[in-house]
Design a protein around this ligand. Structure first.
Ligand SMILES: C[S@@+](CC[C@H](N)C(=O)[O-])C[C@H]1O[C@@H](n2cnc3c(N)ncnc32)[C@H](O)[C@@H]1O
Length: 277
């Protein structure tokens, strides 16, 4: 077979695999960005040891454990505390002063992965004296990942990078004030979790949160195609109250859809927007 034919057949096999995932398990990856999905599917096929992508389909239909690994690979739950420290510094210096003007604040961290991002935000809000009036919703669509977020237990070896990020983000104390070390793990202080609700929410299929003041959805939309990005951005627009803030990842933007007139960009590098209409 010519290379072009092989690639065309592989695309068809990937379509069928995604269809199988959707119909058997209810997870819909059909509007995820194709190039990165293709790389992941090839990697899974090699790891499982099958010759073609379509050989994965019967395995996937009958083996929930393989399904778990495939969803885990597609989801890419990679994160760290105070990731992009200068983004958190911008939130502290330029967004928190606005949050302070509201008597209560609802925050949605969408695609929270294993939780480091929402604990970082909780620390920042505590240091700024407004944690007690904040309600945080941290959502993701992979239950095992959410369980790790809820537990707030992380490898001790990651804390060097996390602490350096915290300092660069304008941290007012030391990061170790917010966790207890236990052998080779750390456990985040329970008080940080007090106002956080962890919940399963799928950005592809689930609905809006109401009257939210701040949404963080960073490094999630890069995995979506433009149709799905537009759907999710509509969801965020409908969830935010007037004057609410939306933060995307540094490689993401609101260019899909008609959002230019609905949001004002506050910071071009860290992609922080304010809802104006
Ligand atoms: C690269 S991580 C980003 C984590 C964190 N926001 C950060 O910037 O460090 C992407 C996360 O998005 C989640 N995700 C991907 N598709 C999703 C969907 N359809 N609904 C909800 N979460 C999703 C994944 O499970 C993963 O935990």
């Amino acid at each position: 077979m010519h290379r072009a034919d092989t690639l065309e057949v592989e695309e068809l096999e990937i379509d069928l695999l995604l269809e199988a995932l959707h119909r058997r398990y209810g997870y819909d990856f059909r509007d995820y960005a194709r190039a990165s999905l293709r790389r992941k599917v090839r990697h899974i096929a090699t790891t499982v040891g099958v010759a073609q992508v379509s050989d994965l389909i019967p395995r996937l239909l009958h083996d929930p454990e393989l399904f778990g690994s495939v969803v885990g690979a597609f989801a890419t739950p990679v994160t760290e505390m105070f990731r992009d420290p200068l983004f958190f510094k911008f939130v502290r210096d330029s967004v928190v002063p606005h949050l302070k003007t509201w008597p209560f604040v609802r925050i949605w961290v969408a695609g929270c992965a294993t939780g480091e991002e929402v604990y970082s935000l909780a620390i920042l809000l505590k240091e700024e004296g407004i944690y007690e009036r904040c309600t945080l919703f941290a959502t993701d669509f992979v239950d095992p990942v959410l369980r790790r977020a809820r537990d707030g237990i992380y490898p001790l070896r990651n804390m060097k990078t996390n602490s350096a990020n915290y300092q660069r983000a304008g941290g007012r104390a030391t990061l170790s004030d917010y966790y207890h070390a236990d052998y080779d793990s750390v456990i985040m202080e329970a008080g940080l979790r007090k106002n956080i609700t962890f919940a399963n929410h799928n950005l592809v299929t689930d609905g809006v949160f109401s009257e939210v003041h701040l949404i963080l959805c960073r490094n999630v939309l890069i995995y979506f195609n433009s149709t799905l990005q537009k759907r999710v951005q509509d969801l965020f627009h409908a969830s935010l109250l007037h004057g609410g803030f939306l933060a995307l990842g540094s490689k993401e933007s609101l260019r899909h859809g008609d959002f230019q007139d609905k949001f004002r960009e506050l910071e071009p590098t860290w992609k922080v927007y304010r809802k104006i209409v």
